[in-house]
Write a protein that binds this ligand. Structure first.
Ligand code: A3P
Length: 335
């Protein structure tokens, strides 16, 4: 059995070396696979996931491009679907003692990265029913094993300029962290100054982990139009502007709408408060905890809409807006 995994990985490795590649703003080699850019180790996780993931009818997957509100969506979705097992007012609610990333695993980063038979019981959300997973992969990369299943996918999208600013802060706050297991691809040293300009250019060219951003967003947007019962497309900005409406929309999509009694007893607000940036970031676990070298506190910053205005020149704004407009033309998607 072990040998089989070994072979798969050798086979994958040799096919990886024939893919187009670029060096990203961190000095890491990114490979382009079926339209999207990945580090080598994540590329090995995708075939593992495709080959071995066995969806259950009730599975839920929360998806986002990095820095679009993944942590928030993980927390909200977990709190929503487990509210009968874990009442929101419970003193020992799992979200009070665990970071959302410890509860809800990434399919490609936590589960299938090194294994085709991951231990799902290692994470709370994948060992309960309904099972809850997450991913940064595009819908194009995610959907193959889900074809015949009725599982539900929730995507949160965010303004690309705020995503870029958020990512820049996150990478700067985690400078010592290695973002991949680079066995065959040498790490180019000396790129430790995470220049905003360099990141901006990469975003404009689409060459960024899991990018291009617009294709990523469009994959879920189109998925939600084609199959609205199974793919829900949400916007971070809408969540900020009208959290009660959006969390109710999420609950309805997940077939666990708030009852009249719940609404009357303030459950909607309780969920929002439990998962709020101010609450989560003030918890001891999120102030001091770490996972794979990343301090949990770096997942919580400002959560401000339009923070990009303090970072981008008018020329930058113009350039990226034009690119986005061109890519989204005719799709009906706007952000
Ligand atoms: P900023 O850097 O703009 O503040 P991700 O979870 O996908 O890594 O995204 C991180 C971004 O979401 C950060 O944005 C972070 O502050 C914001 N965020 C994290 N938790 C949040 C929450 N509970 N509510 C709203 N925004 C949150």
């Amino acid at each position: 059995e072990e040998e089989e995994e070994e072979n798969l990985s050798e086979e994958t490795k040799s096919s990886i070396s024939s893919l187009p590649w670029e060096i990203d703003y961190l000095g890491n080699k990114l490979f382009k696979y079926q339209g999207y850019w990945y580090y080598e180790d994540i590329l090995q996780a995708i075939p593992n996931f495709h080959k071995s993931f066995q969806p259950q009818e009730t599975d839920i997957i929360v998806a986002a491009f990095p820095k679009s509100g993944t942590t928030w969506l993980k927390a909200l979705t977990f709190a929503l679907i487990q509210r009968s097992k874990h009442p929101l007012e419970e003193d020992n609610h799992p979200l009070l003692s665990h970071n959302p990333h410890e509860i809800v695993p990434y399919l490609e980063l936590d589960l299938y990265l090194k294994s085709s038979k991951p231990d799902l019981t290692k994470f709370l959300s994948s060992s309960l029913s309904p099972r809850l997973f997450s991913t940064h992969m595009s819908l194009d990369a995610l959907k193959a094993p889900l074809k015949e299943s009725s599982c539900k996918i929730v995507y949160v999208c965010r303004n690309v300029k705020d995503v870029l600013v958020s990512l820049w802060h996150f990478l700067n706050a985690n400078k010592g962290v290695e973002w991949g297991d680079f066995s065959q691809s040498e790490k180019i040293s000396g790129v430790d100054d995470h220049s905003f300009e360099a990141m901006f250019e990469s975003f404009c060219n689409g060459v960024t982990l899991y990018g291009p951003f617009e294709d990523h967003a469009l994959s879920y947007w189109q998925g939600s139009l084609e199959d609205p019962k199974h793919v829900l497309f949400m916007m971070y900005e809408e969540f900020k502007a009208e959290p009660r409406t959006q969390v109710k929309r999420l609950a309805e999509f997940l077939d666990c709408p708030f009852t009249k009694e719940e609404e009357d007893s303030g459950s909607v607000d309780k969920i929002l408060e439990l998962c709020s940036l101010s609450n989560l970031s003030s918890l001891e676990i999120n102030k001091t905890g770490t996972l794979d070298g990343v301090d949990f506190k770096t997942y919580f910053r400002k959560g401000q809409v339009g923070d990009w205005k303090s970072y981008m020149t008018p020329e930058m704004v113009n350039k990226i807006d034009m690119i986005i407009e061109e890519k989204l033309k005719g799709s009906g998607l706007k952000f």
